[in-house]
Each structure stands twice: as structure tokens, then as C-alpha cells.
Design a protein around this ligand. Sequence first.
Ligand code: MLT
Length: 322
Amino acid sequence: MRRSALAMLAVAAASPAFGQAYPNKPINLIVPFSAGGPTDVMARIVGERMSKELGQQLIIDNVTGAAGSIAMGKLARSAPDGYTIGIGHLGTNVVNGAVYKNLNYDLLNDLVPIALLPSNPLLVVTSNQVPAKDLKELVAYLNANASKISGGTAGMGSGSHIGALAFFAVTGTNYQLVPYRGTGPAVQDLIANQIQIMIDQSSNSLPHVRAGKLKVYAVTAKQRTAAAPDIPTTAEAGFPGIEVAIWHGLWAPKGTPRDIIDKLNAAAVATLKDPEIRRKLEDLGQDIPTPAQMQPDAFAAFQKAEFAKWKPIIDKAGVKIE
Ligand code: MLT
């Protein structure tokens, strides 16, 4: 039987009309960063609850490296049968499209948006050994000690890298960036003062700030985050213009049947309506989208708009990997 006919049979076999309803086995959920980091934590919280809606487990598959571009490549090459989906964010599914010149897949056309997920602003955090007591003192300290300071990111194009670029642009600082496979391991090195600063997703740093293991100076948002009302905004701390939030989302390979996309979307919408899930995510500083914003078509339009917004910024910053 010719290959195309086989591929069509495989896709048809996945659709509800072809025998057992979808899903009839566990679903692989590709996570582009290390375990324990903000994207992995989001995937586990949302994935576990979606499993209840779908009646099948979502199995976490951490595929790390190159700021998530390796994971999205694996997702784009996966069978469009609904049994492999992926979580990503502003960095992996927008900014990487501008940073990586030779991606062997198209972020907008080889991946199908399933649902927009929560977004969280970034926190300017340092190890406890950094002597500054507020953002102005921190910027002065960074400028005076630039050669001695290292900052952690999850690679060029990642959320923590986007944050560092915005921080550099407004504060005029510039320190060495150390890439990790995720901000989960990076924040452990920050606590241990192996690196001194991160512009990190609040969901990753806030628990450590609350535990007194990190110092925080500001949140990169227009308003203070309800989860930590004592943290000033970057504007309140003297540096307006650093407003970055990392939104997450779910995608499937191109060709995944629409009725499967809709079923996965409905499970995600029900998950983010669950009061216990909302409390968990909001406590980490996550802002939860509305069901209308989460819809596949609305999410696709949002992603396209983000592309149009970020590509000129990244091109102007001259950040590119051949
Ligand atoms: C992670 O989960 O490690 C982050 O999302 C990485 C980043 O983009 O900063």
C-alpha cells in the first residue's frame, strides 16, 4: 500500500469516527526545558488535570536544548494523530523563529495551536550575596562589577534571555549570560551564588524569594502581581519600559484532525476553570486567559500578532544564530 495511503490511514485511525474514541491511549506531552522549571511545572499542573478530562494520562517528555527549538522540531516531526502534543511559550514558539535562522520547521505552519495557557511576568532576582537593596543600587552595582557578574538564562531566545535583553536595553547594564537547559537548574545555581542574577519567570523564582533564598528587586509588569503585592514594578523601582510576560501554550503537529484539537482545547479550558488549579497557578504569579482567548483560532491569531511584534525587536537587537 502506497506511503500516502498509509499516512492517511494512520490519521483516520486516530479520528473518533474510526473505531475507539480519541484518546484511547496515553498522550505524549513534549516539554522543551528541564524538569522543575516553570514550563515543566506548568505542564505537570495542567497535564495532570487534563488527563482527568481526557481519561488518558499525559506523559511528560522533557526534550531540552537550544532554548526549546529542539523540542519543537521533534513535535513538528511527530505523527499528527493526537498522541503527541507539546507545551511551549513566547520564546520557543515566537522569538526562536526570529533568533534561529535555520530552523528546519516553520513555527507558524508546521505546528497547530491547541490552547493559550497562562502567562507570568518576570522577576529581577539575585543571589543573597549581591549587596544591593533596591533596583537603582543593583544597576549601579552591575555597572561597577560587570566583569564579575554572570546571569543565568535558558539559552538564546528563551524567556529568561528575552528578559535579560529588555533589562540591558533599559538599564544600560550588560553582564555575561550563562545558558542552561532550563531555568529550573539555573535558579539552583543562583541560590548557590554560582551565578548572581536572573530575569526569571515569577512562577520559578517566587517560591525561593518567599523562602528567603533569593533577593527580588522588581516585577516586569505594569501592575504589581497579586501573588506578591510587595514587589514593586520596574517603573516604580525607577526603570519604566521593562514590561515582559511569558505566555505559554499547547501545540500539535500540522495535520492533527480538528476534532482532536477541539477535544484537547476543551480539556484545557475545563482545566483552567478548576478552582484548585487556578489557585495553584495564581499563587505562582500566573495570569489565566479567558476561555475565548484560549480558543485555537484566537490563539493562532495572537501568536501571529506576537510574531509581528517581536521579530523587529529581535532583529534590531541583532540576536541571531546561524
Ligand atoms: C523553563 O521552563 O526553563 C523556562 O521556560 C525557560 C525560559 O524560557 O526562560
